[in-house]
Design a protein around this ligand. Structure first.
Ligand code: SAH
Length: 402
């Protein structure tokens, strides 16, 4: 077993059980370790810190499997990790068959993302450590889930940083159908695991979609009519369908991708929603929000769930301006008493910064607003308390006051 010896003082984050070892923290290795090989991480004076997977090219030089010296990182160890992760999601199954089964670092398997859609499992191997155990992990997933298919979507750009090739292929079982039907809180969604974003669907927005459904129901109860809503960056219609299910009178869904809109439309039909309640618009949101305002259009609810505007801290300022712009123009379209669901999935934008940006937009829009709720990933995207980087998705539910 090769030792990875840290520089003096660099043991501190590991002693707090943070799972990453940066290249700059490494003093030397006692031998040549292969990509993904398990190494023993020790402090400069030889104290055991962790078992970790070595990654020769990544700035994340090693990612920790375990901080317990007595543990052995073998097949049985992986079997237990995967079993525990899958078991932890069991309570969600009564609401949905679209679940994140494994959320990387939070599940003690750094770099491994596993989502399940009905009887299809989709994997993303984003670190050298999990890549080296790919076949074992695939076998264990088949066993734990009883699924028919594992499709590997290891095609995220993050693979390059680990020195791994991008890959998108069938890993186990039968070819998945073009659209797998997932059912979440009574709504049907078609998921294309081959070409869809991430693993095909935004599983992380389950709780926010349920809130959208409830808000639409409540609006109908209180006002005696269905709400008019605008869903910006709608992708395959996640929020739109939840609102229609909740009884919204009209939902305008906007995206710049016609393919995404086609799927969103098919999803609306899949649920039997009347076509006149669901409008789909292929436009750039930044310009479309201005067009709507010029046309004097108003909405009872606006949803802003854009793609990641900042991929790293260098992009934070530019991203902040983009978030401010859509939030300001989104707020301007609201009726008095209207609501805004606004999100950021940029890890580089903190919860506090996002709140400040939205507060700036509220101020500039000359409205008074309450935040009546906060959004985040669901129970299948838990925040490991020793790993704050895991919190990427954040959102606010605003209510415009008279
Ligand atoms: N809200 C979605 C996920 C959004 S993903 C859900 O809950 O499922 C981001 C989406 O924004 C993608 O579908 C992408 O096509 C779209 N997009 C990116 N930039 C855009 C722009 N400037 N205008 C409109 N849509 C855009």
């Amino acid at each position: 077993m090769i030792d990875l010896i840290l520089k003096k003082g660099k043991e501190r984050s590991l002693l707090r059980r943070h799972p990453w070892v940066f290249d700059t923290a490494v003093q030397r290795l006692t031998g040549k370790a292969a990509s993904g090989e398990t190494v023993r991480v020790v402090s400069h004076d030889g104290r055991f810190l962790a078992w970790a997977a070595f990654s020769p090219v990544s700035t994340l030089r090693a990612r920790c499997w375990s901080f317990d010296e007595t543990e052995v990182i073998d097949d049985a160890w992986f079997a237990k990790k995967i079993h525990d992760a899958v078991a932890a999601r069991e309570p969600l199954r009564e609401r949905s068959n679209a679940l994140r089964l494994i959320f990387g670092e939070a599940d003690g398997l750094p770099g491994l993302i596993v989502d399940q859609y009905a009887d299809c499992v989709v994997t993303q191997f984003q670190s050298a450590g999990v890549e080296a155990h790919r076949e074992l992990i695939a076998d264990l997933l088949m066993k734990e889930t009883g699924c028919r298919t594992i499709f590997d979507r290891s095609d995220a750009a993050t693979r390059k940083r680990e020195g791994l090739e991008m890959r998108s292929e069938l890993l186990r079982g039968e070819e998945p159908p073009e659209a797998i039907e997932a059912v979440e809180d009574g709504v049907r969604y078609g998921v294309d695991v081959r070409i869809g974003h991430k693993t095909g669907f935004y599983v992380d927005q389950r709780e926010s979609r349920l809130t959208a459904q409830k808000v639409a129901e409540e609006f109908r109860r209180v006002h005696g009519r269905g709400m008019r809503a605008l869903n910006c960056f709608c992708y395959t219609g996640g929020f739109s369908l939840a609102l229609l299910k909740g009884g919204a009178a009209e939902v305008v869904s906007v995206d710049s991708s016609q393919d995404a809109l086609d799927m969103a439309k098919a999803n609306a039909e899949r649920n039997g929603f009347e076509a006149n309640r669901a409008k789909f618009v292929c436009e750039d949101v930044f310009t479309y929000l201005r067009k709507l305002r010029d046309a004097g259009e108003t909405f009872d609810l606006v949803i802003l769930d854009p793609p990641k505007f900042a991929s790293n801290h260098h992009q934070v300022d530019r991203a902040a301006r983009a978030y401010k712009d859509i939030n300001l123009n989104g707020l301007r379209l609201l009726t008095p008493g209207g609501q805004l669901f606004t999100f950021s999935c940029s890890g580089a934008i903190s919860v506090e910064l996002f709140q400040k940006i939205v507060a700036g937009a509220v101020f500039d829009a000359h409205v008074n607003a309450w935040a009546v709720g906060r959004f985040g990933g669901g129970a299948d995207h838990p925040l490991l308390m020793t790993y704050p980087e895991g919190e990427y998705l954040k959102g606010l539910h605003l209510l415009v006051r008279p």
